[in-house]
Design a protein around this ligand. Structure first.
Ligand code: ADE
Length: 225
């Protein structure tokens, strides 16, 4: 998979890709991530990427021309399956959306800033709009990092068997069951007996019941689908 991220703040975005699982996925060649600074696609001396709104109103709007130049250059080099715009009014990211995107070969992610982008960018170039939740961030960069993390860990080979994404919360519309490690008894707080029996079928049954109960208590909405 190849991910091209268009941003005015590449330095804000780089660090999540320089550690742990995302770093290893990149080093193993399972994903390529490229950053494009929108200011490199400006034509004026000030490297302007935004301007005031037509019709008046507070806040600047990102202009179409630098975004067009950047996306058009990328599209001339390869086919893109999706051009995603990070915005609080997009579809709220969930595990299903992350699963779908993880199957794509090449994607572009555009990070918004200020009030957002000129509507014509959305009309002409964007195929999917994604929000990471009902709150407003200063820009799309942190949202793009969240999306990339959720997607990259699903790419086959990124996680080893021991950390398989198949047992994550949300993978079957259920939250994950409680988990324990050593010691068996911490100041009188004991690990549930069933986990110490070595009886695989009973352990699996217990985990399923716990996952269901936790989902019912915390996220009953997930059981309605
Ligand atoms: N940009 C600003 N707020 C955002 C959000 N909640 N999700 C994605 N991108 C954003």
């Amino acid at each position: 998979m190849r991910i091209d991220i268009i941003t005015v703040l590449p330095e804000l975005l780089k660090s999540p890709f320089e550690a742990s699982i995302l770093k290893r996925a990149i080093e193993a060649g399972l994903v390529e991530v490229h950053f494009h600074n929108l200011r490199d696609y400006t034509t004026d001396n000030y490297k302007s990427i935004d301007d005031t709104q037509f019709g008046g109103g507070a806040g600047m709007v990102m202009m179409i021309e630098p975004i067009d130049k950047c996306i058009t250059k990328l599209k001339a080099e390869r086919h893109y399956d999706e051009v995603i715009y990070m915005t609080p009014d997009g579809d709220t990211l969930n595990q299903g959306i992350a699963n779908q995107i993880s199957l794509k070969e090449n994607i572009i992610i555009l990070c918004g800033h200020y009030k957002g982008v000129d509507q014509r960018v959305r009309d002409l170039f964007i195929t999917k709009e994604i929000s990471i939740g009902d709150y407003v961030l200063s820009g799309g960069e942190l949202g793009a990092a969240v999306l990339c993390d959720a997607v990259i860990r699903l790419i086959p080979g990124v996680l080893g068997n021991e950390t398989s994404a198949l047992t994550d919360s949300f993978q079957d519309n259920l939250l994950a069951p409680p988990i324990y490690t050593k010691p068996r008894d911490y100041k009188g707080h004991k690990v549930p007996d069933v986990l110490l029996t070595g009886h695989a079928a009973n352990i699996e049954k217990w985990r399923e019941e716990q996952a269901y109960q936790r989902t019912k208590d915390r996220r009953p909405d997930l059981l309605e689908d």
